[in-house]
Design a protein around this ligand. Structure first.
Ligand code: ADP
Length: 594
């Protein structure tokens, strides 16, 4: 994206505030015009005073005072409104970005570190805020001043005006050269800044790992390395802009001197008055000040450009699925789920799920088993429309899921993630995610059914206890039971269960299993299954391999078939059984690792 396009895009983001923006810009044009009255009046007063009749000087002074008053009042009003507008709009854009990012597909998030997304959000909105503020308070006025001043000076004295034109040319050529020279370098700097944020938040998010593996020095060293790479690219950019400052200062002094020397020569030849020379020196001073503002604006824009570019890149990423215009809002569904010849590919070449067909009646449990990468998670993701299939369809209660609004579809589906995902908020807040208007009684009941009440009541502040970042203050088993309680509160007809593979101690595992059995009861459940008890009791087992279901049936049917599943089951459970592992007589604690 070119600098100009970035700038116009930044202004487009003013959205609803654009009207006020246009008024402020208009006020700036007036201000720019009014500013020139001062040197013109100054020059005229000098000429009047050096003549015989000085009476009109008072009139000129009165006009000067009026213009001064107008300029002060108008610029205060513009500055105040510009400030407020920029602050308001910054918060509005930040919220929009946040909402947009939350809607982006999980594939986007797995490819972008959350620390980087945070940095892009804060740096991007900061950059926009500075640009808007600059636009209303300085840039536009400065640009307009230059545009007004140059033709005006030509009318007054074209010989002296040429010097001002030359000054403008020097500024423009220099700035263009430096921008061209350093544009790529600045993008690289921004890239390093993003790496820095991602790296730092990665280490902070894994602080337990960092400490236990004695990685503090290594992580600090890593951060230092990124910092030094960043500085190595930043320094030449700063040097180039320092060169611009030196040359522009020098050309400023040269221009003022040139106006004086040319002015004296012209005055002696009778081609200009002393007043005009004074006027042009003032013009030069204003012009220089404005040109410096324009250069600093270009410099700022240039420094912000990569940040804005990153920000716009995220804003331009599209959510994988949208509500259709004719999507219907459904209430509570029964939970009859049909997959019909469903095929989906992430890259458009190799299918992650191919020709998947099965039906789950309300209340049935479907276990999805198979090796890693076989397509189990993808099949489940299609059900709650993380993506839409390229061919085939998925129906719930006879309705294509693409015809339902995303919110009403997802309200009917509960998910218990393998890694219990918890907010750094209180236990009650985390449970309210399942049902925002849940009463204390309902929460208590759900917690009890999920075997979580005991540990909640034991913790200092009960339901008000904070669980820490990602639930760090709780043990693994507690986190899982809390996330099960949350799903119980939501009480959806369809449940997705990604069973944890990590082995828990026998007592905890028994509690988690009891909670899981409770949450699955009476719901159509899809389980990415690792526990033998789930597989044993499942209505149907789908054995995935390479995106296809290669065997399906009940546990007993599949074992009797003596196919791949029987082989796997024998290899996994029977071995565990023989080893006399923690398996119960009903096999409930065995973990199937396929
Ligand atoms: P499983 O849940 O059985 O481990 P997945 O559904 O995660 O399998 O993966 C199925 C296939 O799709 C694999 O080949 C995997 O590499 C690919 N895949 C999974 N997620 C993504 C993704 N976000 N982007 C691209 N490919 C993916």
């Amino acid at each position: 994206m070119s600098l100009l396009r970035l700038y116009t895009r930044a202004l487009e983001l003013l959205g609803k505030e654009a009207r006020l923006g246009a008024i402020l810009a208009g006020a700036n044009v007036l201000l720019a015009g009014a500013q020139f009255a001062e040197p013109v009046l100054f020059g005229r007063i000098v000429d009047v005073l050096s003549g015989k009749d000085t009476s009109s000087a008072w009139l000129l002074l009165a006009a000067w005072a009026a213009f001064g008053l107008f300029t002060i009042t108008a610029s205060t009003a513009v500055a105040l409104h510009a400030d407020r507008l920029a602050h308001r709009q910054r918060q509005a854009v930040l919220t929009d970005y946040f909402e947009h990012v939350l809607q982006l597909p999980l594939t986007f998030h797995s490819g972008s570190h959350s620390g980087k997304l945070m940095k892009v959000m804060l740096a991007g909105t900061d950059g926009l805020w500075r640009l808007w503020l600059g636009f209303f308070r300085e840039h536009f006025a400065a640009i307009m001043s230059v545009v007004v001043l140059l033709p005006l000076s030509l009318i007054i004295n074209w010989r002296l005006a040429i010097l001002l034109f030359l000054l403008c040319v020097v500024f423009t050529v220099l700035t263009t050269l430096v921008v061209r020279k350093t544009y790529g370098m600045q993008s690289e700097v921004e890239q390093h800044y993003s790496d820095l944020s991602a790296r730092a938040s990665d280490a902070l998010g894994n602080v337990a790992l960092v400490q236990s593996f004695v990685r503090i020095d290594a992580e600090v060293q890593g951060l230092r390395l990124v910092s030094s790479q960043l500085l190595a690219v930043q320094m030449p950019v700063l040097s180039w802009w320092a060169v611009v400052t030196v040359i522009t200062r020098a050309s400023t002094t040269i221009t003022v001197l040139a106006i004086f020397t040319t002015g004296i020569a012209l005055n002696q030849a009778g081609l200009t008055t002393v007043g005009e020379i004074v006027m042009f020196v003032s013009f030069a001073t204003i012009l220089i000040q404005k040109l410096e503002q324009v250069v600093s604006f270009i410099n700022n824009l240039f420094m912000e450009a990569p940040r804005l570019q990153e920000f716009f890149n995220v804003l331009d990423a599209v959510p994988a699925v949208h509500d259709r215009p004719d999507a219907i809002e459904v209430g509570r569904l029964q939970g009859l789920v049909e997959f019909h010849d469903v095929t989906f590919s992430y890259d458009g070449k190799r299918p992650a799920v191919e020709d998947l067909s099965f039906t789950a009646l309300p209340g049935q449990t479907i276990a999805l088993v198979g090796p890693t990468g076989a397509g189990k998670s993808t099949a489940i993701a299609l059900l709650h429309r993380a993506f839409d299939p390229q061919s085939g369809f998925i129906r719930i209660d006879g309705m294509d899921v693409r015809g339902l609004t995303l919110t009403s579809l997802r309200r009917n589906i509960g998910v218990v993630f393998q890694e219990a995902l918890l907010f750094d908020r209180s236990i009650a807040d985390n449970m309210h995610v399942g049902k925002p208007d849940a009463t204390d009684e309902e929460m208590k009941e759900a917690a009890a059914r999920a075997q979580a009440l005991e540990f909640i009541e034991r913790s200092g502040r009960g339901f008000d206890t904070n669980v820490g970042e990602r639930g760090r203050m709780l043990s693994g088993g507690e986190r899982q039971r809390l996330s099960i309680a949350r799903a119980l509160l939501k009480n959806p007809p369809i449940l997705i269960l990604d069973e944890a593979t990590s082995a828990l101690d026998a007592v905890t595992e028994a509690k988690v299993n009891a909670a899981l059995d409770e949450v699955m009861r009476g719901r159509t459940t899809f389980v990415i299954a690792h526990r033998l008890s789930t597989i044993r009791n499942a209505t149907r087992i789908l054995l995935f391999d390479n995106g296809r279901v290669i065997e399906s049936g009940t546990f007993d049917e599949l074992v009797a078939k003596s196919g791949r599943f029987a082989e796997l089951a024998r290899a996994q459970f029977m071995v565990q059984n023989e080893r006399g592992s923690a398996m119960q007589p009903d096999g409930s604690t065995a973990v199937l690792k396929v």
